[in-house]
Design a protein around this ligand. Structure first.
Ligand SMILES: [Zn+2]
Ligand SMILES: [Zn+2]
Length: 350
């Protein structure tokens, strides 16, 4: 019996060494006349190292130089169109979604804590002990028959852990009909500003008024109600709901969508008088940034929408530019990479 176990361990060690040697043998030691493979392998190494550095330097209101360098490396990678839809990029996005799925499956936060997952583009998942809310989560990509950045199977796993989806507006970098359908199929509601999907399911619920609307949304299958303020915002002429969602634990989170309309500054200037926003999930290119934040008066800002790959590189919005845009904002802010998480309670990060 002991000999049998001993042999098994020995063969396992042999296999590990052999597999390692095989892997090493497969790695090229030169890339002459093969610049594309060189760029892909270089990108894979950079993505891998940014992941390691960000793990050691998690989201913070005072990002250190290591963390900044990792975010800036991501900017460089995600603004190099030679890498668009390459193997290194897809490995990165799938890993990001895999990390979110695994973290969500581990269980919910406890006490009065709220956990934020930064998803692709301006997608967020907000989780407290009693509820898990998704906002503007999409699979990304999928244009011209190309595959999506996040596979359907991973998206299903993530949605399994969510209770409801809020969609701010119709644009494809915020609204993904297939994702909405997955929520509906799992018996979960999808809140949208206006009816914009054909053959809508009864779970897809348009909610929007001429003025600010206050609704209490019951989570299907759970004894949980979410008070939600819906501000009738716009991105130019496109209706853009700005949601302020209060969790049963009393934490209010506002998501800006792509709010961008000069006339709406009238109500944005007074948001803080109507609702006490704890955390503002703001698109990084929100303009005017300082005036909008002064009107909303959040305790913390987390930015989103950096590096939307559907845009040309001048509007992909790098992380380094977010640091510049928020330099004079008086409220503490956190700049997160896709797939990162952040725990917050009583005004403090954990
Ligand atoms: Zn938009
Ligand atoms: Zn957008």
């Amino acid at each position: 019996m002991i000999t049998k176990q001993y042999l098994r361990v020995l063969s396992l060690i042999f296999y590990i060494i052999f597999a390692d040697c095989l892997l090493l043998a497969q790695q090229p030691l030169e890339y002459w006349d093969n610049p594309n493979e060189m760029l892909q392998d270089q990108a894979a190494i950079l993505f891998e190292h940014t992941h390691k550095v960000l793990e050691r330097n998690p989201p913070s209101t005072s990002a250190n130089d290591e963390r900044k360098l990792a975010l800036f490396a991501l900017d460089a990678l995600l603004h190099d169109t030679r890498l668009d839809n390459g193997a290194a990029f897809f490995t990165y996005t799938e890993r990001m979604a895999q990390t979110v799925a695994e973290e969500l499956a581990k269980g919910k936060p406890v006490g009065n804590k709220v956990r934020f997952f930064r998803f692709y583009n301006h997608g967020f998942i907000v989780q407290t002990p009693s509820v898990t809310v998704a906002i503007d989560i999409i699979r990304g990509g999928g244009h011209n028959e190309e595959k999506h950045f996040i596979s359907d199977s991973l998206m299903q796993l993530i949605i399994k852990q969510c209770d409801i989806l809020f969609v701010t507006h119709v644009h494809g970098d915020h609204a993904d009909e297939a994702v909405a359908k997955m929520f509906c199929e799992q018996g979960k509601d999808v809140i949208v500003p206006i009816k914009f999907w054909q053959n809508s399911d009864s779970h897809i619920r348009p909610l929007r008024g001429a003025d600010m609307l206050k609704e209490t949304i019951r989570i299907s299958g759970k004894n949980v109600s979410l008070p939600v303020y819906i501000f009738p915002g716009h991105q130019r002429d496109v209706p853009n709901n700005v949601y302020a969602i209060t969790t049963p634990e009393g934490i209010t989170v506002m998501h800006t969508g792509d709010q961008s309309n000069h006339d709406d500054m009238k109500w944005i200037a007074n948001v803080g008088d109507k609702v006490k926003v704890d955390v503002l999930l703001a698109h990084c290119w929100m303009m005017p940034m300082e005036e909008s934040v002064a009107g909303i008066r959040p305790a913390l800002i987390i930015t989103g929408h950096e590096n939307e790959m559907g845009h040309s590189i001048d509007h992909r919005e790098p992380y380094w530019l977010t640091f510049r845009r928020l330099e004079n904002v008086k409220v503490p802010y956190v700049i997160m990479a896709w797939g990162e998480k952040l725990m917050w309670s009583n005004g403090e990060l954990h």
